[in-house]
Ligand binder design. Sequence first.
Ligand SMILES: Nc1ncnc2c1ncn2[C@@H]1O[C@H](COP(=O)(O)OP(=O)(O)O)[C@@H](O)[C@H]1O
Ligand SMILES: [Mg+2]
Length: 459
Amino acid sequence: MLAWNNPLDRKRQGTHYADRMHRILSVCQDCGILWHDERVTYRNGVVETKRVDDITPVGTVLVTPQYEKYGLRVNPRVLPRLRRMADQFAYALNVPSASVEVDGNIVYIRVPIPHEGKMPLITFRQAWNIQPDIPVGSLLLGVDDDHHQLLLDMTAPTNVHAAVIGMTGSGKSTLMRTMILSAELVGGAQVALFDPSNGFYPLSGHPSVWRGGLFRTPDECEIGLEALANGLGRRREGLLYVFVDEVPELIVQRPRIREYLARLAQAGRHAGIHLIIGAQHLLASQLGPMTMRNIPVRLVGRVADRTAAYNATARNDTGAEHLRGRGDFIVVNGSTVRHFQAACVTPDLLEDWSRRYPPRPPMVPVRAREEVAAVAAVEREASWGSGGMGGRPLDEIPPSVLREIRRYVEQHGKEPSSNWIYRLTKAHLPTGGFNRAKARRALELALNPEAYQPQGEAR
Ligand SMILES: Nc1ncnc2c1ncn2[C@@H]1O[C@H](COP(=O)(O)OP(=O)(O)O)[C@@H](O)[C@H]1O
Ligand SMILES: [Mg+2]
């Protein structure tokens, strides 16, 4: 499921760390859990008292971008007490908070390092360069506590879909940008982008982007997600990642998005579609319990409190409420919890990328019947206003077709062929492809709307 590559050794020794470890052990001693006496009776009847250590330090200290981790080997009998001592450690070390975590047979006292400045703590390039040959189907997240590159293999059957959760400023959009850029660099997959906050914009010009651009307004997002959900029955080849940021806001504005996400989450795994959604809170009441179950991977950043941590992870003991923000995340899937520092795509890299692949508006799928009806209504109004009732029914040329034609002209510097228009309309309209005459009318209307006179209209 999760892959850990290529260790970058950052284990530390030195007086600062030795001093802190010493203070940690002093706290344990003061609480009477560092050692205990055991009476040993030998066969010859001699009774002796022996001191048994319950807590011994692990030689080195792990230093991550946001934490120092002091490892202890602990006798299980004192573990319950030790786990409740986080506040005492924080006090002794003169830091705002500390936490006690069990990882295998080692207990770590996790101590935050003060934040300084606005520099990214791990850049995309640094995380990428640890092991640049990321396989198709995996997305880059960042680095874990041992400074290994952390990937999320979306194609593993226990992963499939992921939610990025945390309060504003926790680094959700930053993490999602890292995942998107890694997908674009690795190749072999399409990337659909939905983001009302526009944070994905600089990454939306790459050729692998579904329908050529970022779906931004709630309207566009609704239509795009509907098209994806409706396309589920059809056979499609290859992988498609669907990134949707600010999901709760989108659902409030366009409630049908909830259903489209539900369908994608349910059927996506068979269709090669993988959802990655961003949300400040992830609530079953908003998304539906079924969809929550269908999104097993939770990438959780800073959250307000224990309740929010529980809602985000569906578990009680992850300690997510202690996360610090600025890309400090855990990845939770079932019973596994891993800390990591999210990699950050730096502004200069974003700028380079958008210069190389200039972002464009997306080709919004035509939502067939409604759009046709709307256009018909507008045209009817226009003709009735000027010429009265009657006459033959008007051509129904949806504005989206006109938009696509203009886009083609803009991109290619020439008019599309009638065949091209036929293929476009055949693919997207339920009424079928335009014939040659109608294609020509669509072309005229698209390029020269004022001069265009609908045929057969009495003026
Ligand atoms: N991985 C990171 N490393 C360093 N700083 C980060 C990281 N992620 C976020 N930040 C900081 O936090 C701010 C908010 O990040 P953002 O991704 O917009 O959060 P969200 O989408 O959760 O509101 C960023 O402008 C940046 O300063
Ligand atoms: Mg955001």
